[in-house]
Design a protein around this ligand. Structure first.
Ligand code: UD1
Length: 314
């Protein structure tokens, strides 16, 4: 019997991970979420099987008892988004840095067995070299990138100073079912899919030739579980990308082809804090964590489109 806690478990990545964990026999799963960006409906079919705690990671006293003694804590709770961290730096800092400190402190004091931390590819910044390798010097360009990098540093320091067995995974532009398209800060693929389903033009910031290593949520959730079991990885950081890259123009074209439509995109000015190109080197994660992403962009988009169509017509 293993007890898992997923912070941010009502988010689209967290809720995918929760479902995977519940697939294990005898797993007990608790979720910590304050429903700021997560949604209860993301956990609808599994809500009777989990311990769902409406709690904010900024409140140490509230979360510490939930984290105490957990076998694995997956720390995914965050205020995501590069532009949001520029427009609203205070809550972004408080959740992503202070909240992360609280989670790690509670895990160390409560003797949690393992922590997996959702770090971000944004830590690499705009350095021209591709693919991005973990040994490169980080170069954050936004508060969000700096906050996620600080989380990695804390993972390393908590390992060295307090013996906490934590590992950071740099997520690379994760997409998939249940990603919420309703905010201007939403991930671009969720926004594209909503536009496609509603037969509207999306707005592309810049020329659309910027590239991202879009990673399907099932692959990321699978890697979180593999990382929690990989020996000798305490204090370390790994890329959790797919190892490819696609421009926004290409993604919009593929989506149009899937639907048999030809909806043109609108173009606006580039977004502040944006990096131009991003692609993970997956060698280290493959060798040390057994990373083996299964989903091509086309397959991931097909599954995600299916979900958006079903939820749009529901
Ligand atoms: C960044 C991180 C990613 C992290 C995410 C958290 C990088 C390379 N990636 O994603 O790992 O998980 O933050 O939020 O730093 N765009 C449009 N139109 C829109 C929305 C977005 O053109 O309506 C563009 C953006 O300007 C950007 C790209 O799409 O060029 C991707 O944006 P977004 O999905 O917000 O993710 P990143 O900021 O790249």
């Amino acid at each position: 019997m293993s007890r898992y806690v997923v912070t941010g478990g009502a988010g689209f990545i967290g809720s995918t991970l929760v479902r995977k964990l519940l697939g294990e026999s005898g797993a007990e799963v608790a979720v910590i979420d304050n429903f700021l960006t997560g949604k209860r409906s993301n956990l609808d079919e599994v809500s009777s099987q989990i311990d769902l705690q409406d709690a904010d990671i900024r409140n140490y006293g509230r979360i510490a008892p939930i984290l105490r003694g957990a076998d694995v804590v997956y720390h995914l709770a965050a205020i995501p988004s590069v532009p949001r961290s520029i427009h609203e730096p205070v809550p972004s800092h408080e959740v992503n840095i202070d909240g992360t400190f609280n989670v790690l402190r509670a895990c160390a004091e409560g003797k949690a067995g393992k922590v997996i931390f959702a770090a971000s590819s944004s830590a690499y910044g705009d350095t021209p070299t591709l693919p991005k390798v973990e040994s490169m010097l980080p170069n954050p360009k936004s508060p969000y990138a700096a906050q996620k990098l600080m989380g990695e540093q804390y993972i390393s320091v908590f390992h060295q100073c307090f013996g906490l067995n934590g590992t950071a995974l740099r997520f690379f532009n994760v997409y998939g079912p249940r990603q919420d398209p309703s905010s201007p800060y939403s991930g671009v693929i969720s926004i594209f899919l909503r536009c496609l389903v509603e037969r509207r033009s999306p707005t592309i910031h810049g020329d659309g030739e910027q590239t991202r290593d879009f990673t399907f949520v099932e692959d990321v959730a699978g890697l979180c579980i593999k990382a929690s079991r990989a020996p000798g990885t305490g204090g370390q950081t790994f890329n959790a990308g797919n190892g490819g890259r696609f421009s926004l123009n290409k993604v919009w074209q593929v989506l149009n082809e899937m639907e048999g439509t030809n909806i043109p995109a609108n173009y606006g000015p580039p977004r502040e804090g944006d990096v131009r190109d991003s692609m993970a080197c997956t060698k280290l994660a493959t060798a040390k964590l057994g990373h083996a992403p299964h989903f091509s962009l086309e397959e991931g988009l097909r599954r995600t489109l299916q979900w958006y169509k079903a939820s749009h017509s529901a």
